[in-house]
Write a protein that binds this ligand. Structure first.
Ligand SMILES: O=P(O)(O)OC[C@H]1O[C@H](OP(=O)(O)OP(=O)(O)O)[C@H](O)[C@@H]1O
Ligand code: HPA
Ligand SMILES: [Mg+2]
Length: 189
């Protein structure tokens, strides 16, 4: 529609330190991950579980790179509040609508940072008796390696700086950026 322009990094230039991943980087990698998932789950029903709110963009794009049927459901959990550090306290804000007993579940995440959210989520989902639970995350930071949870599908391993865009927020802003970028330190210090 005429007159509407999406938010692009240049419109918030002073906020952004560096673009780490362009739209093409992200879409190219998601197509590869989708191909891996198609191959690994051939002949099986798959339920993609997106973790709100950060995973909205990854879910929208990853699922559209898949050329097979999948079901999509959402959980809303929060451990970060409005800051840049995990509080370690995970809260369920919205549970699944789907009974995952005997289902093949692929959790779709935007980022694994400390891994606290994911460790909690995987043990929560495992307790419901699924056929399998695997993780697909767009981004993973180095600290996540300390968590024992295996992550089958990783888009990009990135440095530990705080990042925004493509679903990732700082105080609920920047989720609608098409790129992943580091935030200038003056924005949060
Ligand atoms: O590995 P961790 O250190 O636990 O961090 C990763 C989690 O933190 C963010 O969610 P957040 O709780 O900020 O909620 P949001 O998705 O609504 O932004 C992100 O979307 C991941 O779910
Ligand atoms: O680097 C990050 N940016 C935004 N949200 C996050 N949640 C965990 N890590 C991050
Ligand atoms: Mg967040």
């Amino acid at each position: 529609m005429a007159g509407f322009r999406p938010v692009e990094p240049q419109h918030i230039d002073g906020d952004i330190e560096k673009v780490l991943l362009t739209e093409a980087d992200i879409q190219g990698r998601l197509a590869e991950l989708a191909a891996d998932i198609e191959r690994d789950y051939e002949g099986k029903d798959v339920l993609l579980v997106g973790v709100l709110k950060g995973a909205v963009m990854v879910m929208a794009d990853l699922s559209r790179h898949l050329s097979r049927h999948v079901e999509i459901d959402w959980m809303a959990i929060s451990s970060y509040g409005s800051g840049t550090r995990s509080s370690g306290v995970v809260r369920i804000l919205k549970d699944l609508d789907t009974d995952i007993t005997d289902r093949h579940v692929v959790v779709v995440e935007d980022i694994i940072d400390t891994g606290l959210t994911l460790s909690w989520l995987v043990s929560n989902l495992q307790s419901r008796g699924p056929a399998s639970v695997e993780i697909c995350t767009m981004l993973r930071k180095p600290e996540a390696a300390k968590t024992p949870v295996g992550v089958k599908y990783v888009g990009f391993d990135i440095p530990s700086s705080f990042v925004v865009g493509y679903g990732l927020d700082f105080a609920e802003k920047y989720r609608n950026l098409r790129v992943v970028a580091t935030l200038a330190p003056h924005m949060y210090s």
